[in-house]
Design a protein around this ligand. Structure first.
Ligand SMILES: NC(=O)C1=CN([C@@H]2O[C@H](COP(=O)(O)OP(=O)(O)OC[C@H]3O[C@@H](n4cnc5c(N)ncnc54)[C@H](OP(=O)(O)O)[C@@H]3O)[C@@H](O)[C@H]2O)C=CC1
Ligand SMILES: Nc1c(N[C@@H]2O[C@H](COP(=O)(O)O)[C@@H](O)[C@H]2O)[nH]c(=O)[nH]c1=O
Length: 367
């Protein structure tokens, strides 16, 4: 996978809105801030906005500064970055500036059956319905895009952060209060599994610019596989103990095995069921990650070996999990035992609510 580096850029009001609820675009940035965003555009190989932003703002998505355009040419790069948008409905006006302004290549990712003839010279890539952002990033990578600037809107920023696909965020905060819940918020509902670290806070006149970098781990593949593990818990038979799902995967995207609690035998644990499908000495396990919705157990009444022990009997170097086992049946020590044995453990508590939701049959467990 050779995905581009993804930088999200947004300007928001003091109360967290990207726009007001009127039909016209709200300018939150000041002149200096727009000039910085122009520099980010000049550094990018492609600029992506969602179809909602094309419809609402009718953006040009061009590098404005002649100096920055010249510098791109002098560096042997195209004068303008590629323009990219994504639509599930195909509802994009062919007269939008996205299509009609500038000579930069234009690319539309659409759902099957929605591509329109009127999109002129824009290339279209038909994906799923709605298009998958992972596929879009893979495809952009294949087209040589190394730096992608995403300029919104709300749905696209939310989806990229929720899937763990954003690497950096630049957020400008303007001293404007929108105060209208009909307006689009910067971010909607999501789990936001990759923690963001503040790397810079700066003042540009009356606008504050914040820069964040997403943690390297969990990676977007980790998030995808852990979500699959969490979904697998839905296949568990009714139980009076934990309902857990597990996936064993490789960094190239290969899934080696999956399992869920109660699979094969009602007492089986998810990790155990997945590991039972492989030879403990399978050489691929040396590069694999065990994804488990719950911390691997460290003591069992029903079986001689705990899931932590079973993992330690393989070469699996890495465990990614969403929720630490609460002290309902035993004092869990899975994480401690794995760490003590030199295995890496990555916790993604942002996805814990979904695991707890599958386990509300247990006393005291709430999402
Ligand atoms: N202040 C700022 O920095 C910015 C503000 N804005 C504001 O944001 C608002 C627009 O935001 P919003 O309405 O959320 O629209 P978006 O620009 O985020 O576009 C969302 C649309 O993208 C398409 N889409 C396809 N696949 C996906 C996917 N997997 N995930 C998410 N979207 C997908 C859908 O198009 P379809 O409906 O065609 O199927 C969806 O409706 C406007 O008010 C605009 O002014 C926008 C950018 C920056
Ligand atoms: N309103 C707003 C932004 N809006 C973004 O700028 C785009 C407009 O691009 P263009 O037509 O090329 O100028 C628009 O579609 C949206 O992505 N950006 C910001 O930095 N600050 C702002 O206050």
């Amino acid at each position: 996978m050779n995905r581009p580096h993804v930088l999200l850029s947004a300007a928001q009001s003091l109360d967290g809105y990207l726009d007001d609820a009127s039909g016209t675009r709200l300018l939150l940035s000041n002149e200096d801030d727009f000039a910085e965003v122009d520099r980010l555009r000049a550094e990018a190989d492609a600029i992506l906005v969602g179809a909602g932003t094309v419809r609402a703002d009718n953006p040009r998505l061009l590098v404005r500064s002649p100096e920055l355009r010249q510098a791109r040419i002098a560096a042997g790069r195209p004068e303008q970055p590629m323009k990219v948008t994504v639509t599930g409905s195909g509802k994009l006006d062919p007269e939008s500036r996205f299509f009609t302004v500038g000579d930069a290549p234009k690319l539309v990712y659409t759902a099957p059956g929605t591509a329109a003839d009127g999109w002129g010279t824009a290339a279209t890539v038909v994906d799923s319905a709605p298009p998958r952002l992972e596929h879009i990033l893979d495809d952009l990578g294949k087209r040589g895009v190394q730096k992608l600037l995403v300029e919104g809107g709300s749905a696209v920023h939310t989806a990229l952060l929720d899937a763990g696909l954003a690497d950096e965020l630049r957020l400008a905060i303007a001293p404007i209060v929108v105060g209208d819940p009909r307006a689009p918020r910067f971010l909607g509902t999501g789990a936001f599994p990759r923690p963001l670290a503040l790397t810079e806070a700066r003042r540009l006149g009356d606008v504050v610019v914040l820069h964040y970098r997403a943690a390297a781990e969990p990676s977007s593949l980790d998030v995808l596989r852990l979500r699959q593990a969490i979904e697998l818990a839905g296949q568990c038979p009714p139980s009076s103990t934990f309902r857990v799902g597990a996936v064993i995967g490789l960094p190239d995207g290969t899934v080696l095995a999956t399992g869920h609690s109660g699979e094969g035998d009602p007492r089986n644990h998810a990790e155990e069921a997945a590991l039972a499908k492989l030879e403990p000495g399978d050489p691929r396990l040396a590069a694999a990650t065990m994804y488990s919705s719950l911390e691997p157990c460290s003591a069992r009444a029903s079986h001689p070996k705990s899931c932590t022990q079973l993992i330690l009997e393989t070469a699996i170097p890495r465990v990614v999990m969403a929720w630490r086992e609460p002290s309902l049946f035993v004092e869990a020590e899975g994480v401690e035992q794995l760490l003590a044995a030199g295995r890496q453990v990555i916790e993604v508590p942002a996805l814990g609510a979904d695991v707890r939701r599958a386990n509300t049959h247990l006393p005291g467990v709430r999402p």
